[in-house]
Design a protein around this ligand. Structure first.
Ligand code: UDX
Length: 434
């Protein structure tokens, strides 16, 4: 099939490359000329495992092209809208500027019977609002939320655990058939597919993210209680996680969630609920957000306490800047936030990360960055691990002990073995662990 993908960020670039890899002819469209140029060469403009190979294969096959020109969308049967919906500058709601601009720019290039497919995470009501604009051109619109995780984006796109189609209007049956054809390989392997209305499809996405954020904040709230009682939140998570109704995944207490989705999605959801007069229904999301942000301060406090309240001029090494491992994304990253807060308190902060230094540096040029982990650790008076990259999880406490000036480790992801580190003379602090 001929497809266009509008917006080539973490979502759209992966979607475009994945669709080309299953045989479609894809044109990716983005307003950022540098990004388009990089993608056209088959180079991923951000770090995502497996994306580079997929892009190169797509570009080499001739089935994957990129352009800044929206006219390139003409002739495609299906147009995916995959632009960002960041938090508004002036409030908690989602900024729909990019979605509206993308759809409006696409309208003149739509053919009759084309299908516009929203993939961006949007406030409930968005598809219905856009429907008349699209239908005026004889085309139709569906909402098909994307659940990919950064770091696993290629796999999640090619082998989704479910497909959700929100459809409406006269051509719903045909639109469902069209989407089934787009996702033929996933359909052939029996991927569950839920066909529903626009509102449900939009809400599936935000409620899934709200649930995941709540799960993380739940265990982080338990970490706060554990800290006050001497209990161990990691064992608590293991024990409650054996209950299949609860499950162990997403119960890792630590410095909390970040990234381009969870934080802004729960805020946008709460803001949208207020707009529709149901603010109280998701009021708990404000607490989910607050618990999450408190954990960042807890990590900072542990460091400050280790210096008896005076971190000024003391060298603190921050291991990790990305919001999670296997990503270079520093949007709303707890790791970067911890670094910035410590710097603000006068600490001599040195940051390192295998992939995210470039993005962090653009956001916070005031911090010091060292790419090599051993070099970064030289002379540290406290080390704080805030992104659980494999290379940090496997650090040898004896070797690191030789590099630092003082053996203090704050494990903001509860991913190190406290016994191994303490045995090497480290003062080890976890979150919610005795
Ligand atoms: C999330 C959703 O998982 C995905 O389905 C959606 O499409 C986009 O948002 P992503 O932002 O890539 O994906 O990250 P995710 O793996 O969900 O992690 C989010 C944050 O939660 C990270 O900062 C991670 O470190 C943190 N986290 C995750 C925890 O603190 N504890 C956990 O147990 C799990």
């Amino acid at each position: 099939m001929k497809l266009s993908v509008i917006g080539c960020g973490y979502l759209g670039a992966v979607h475009a490359a994945a669709m080309a890899s299953i045989g479609h002819e894809v044109i990716g469209i983005d307003v950022d000329a540098a990004k388009v140029e990089s993608l056209s060469r088959g180079d991923a403009p951000f770090f995502e495992p497996g994306l580079g190979d997929l892009l190169r294969a797509g570009v080499d096959s001739g089935r994957l092209r990129f352009t800044t020109d929206m006219a390139g969308a003409a002739g495609s049967a299906v147009h995916f809208v995959a632009v960002g919906t960041p938090q508004r500058r002036d409030g908690a709601g989602a900024d729909l500027t990019f979605v509206d601009a993308a759809v409006n720019a696409l309208l003149p290039h739509l053919g009759p019977d084309d299908l516009v497919v929203g993939k961006s995470t949007v406030p409930v009501g968005t598809a219905q609002r856009l429907q008349p604009l699209v239908e005026e051109r004889g085309a139709s619109i569906a909402w098909n939320p994307e659940f990919l995780r950064e770091g696993f984006a290629v796999k999640d796109t090619l082998e989704p655990d479910r497909l959700v189609y929100g459809v409406g209007g006269q051509t719903s049956d045909r639109d469902v058939a069209t989407l089934d054809e787009v996702y033929a390989p996933a359909m052939a392997t029996g991927t569950p597919r839920i066909v529903t209305d626009y509102a449900t499809a939009e809400l599936v996405k935000v409620s899934a993210n709200a649930f995941l954020a709540t799960k993380i904040s739940f265990i982080n709230a338990m970490a706060e209680i554990a800290e006050a009682t001497g209990a161990d939140v990691t064992m608590l998570a293991d024990a409650i996680g054996h209950d299949a109704r609860i499950g162990r995944r997403f119960l890792n207490a630590g410095v909390g969630f970040g990234g381009g989705c969870l934080p802004k999605d729960i805020r946008a959801f709460a803001a949208r609920a207020e707009e529709i007069g149901r603010g109280e229904s998701v009021q708990f999301l404000k607490q989910v957000d607050e618990i999450n942000l408190r954990r960042r301060q807890r990590v900072v406090d542990l460091i400050v306490d280790s210096f008896d309240g005076s971190p000024n001029g003391r060298r603190v090494v921050v291991l990790g800047l990305a919001f999670k491992p296997d990503s270079d994304d520093t949007r709303d990253s707890p790791a970067l936030d911890v670094a910035v807060r410590l710097h603000g308190l006068g600490a001599d902060v040195v940051c390192t990360d295998p992939e995210a230094i470039g993005n962090a540096q653009r956001q916070h040029p005031q911090l010091s960055y060292v790419a090599d982990v051993e070099e970064s650790l030289q002379g540290a008076e406290a080390v704080v691990l805030v992104t659980e990259w494999s290379v940090y999880r496997h650090l040898d406490p004896a070797r690191v002990g030789e590099l630092v000036a003082r053996r203090v480790m704050v494990d903001g992801r509860n991913c190190l073995d406290p016994v191994a580190w303490r045995d090497e003379g480290w003062t080890y602090f976890g979150l919610g662990r005795p």
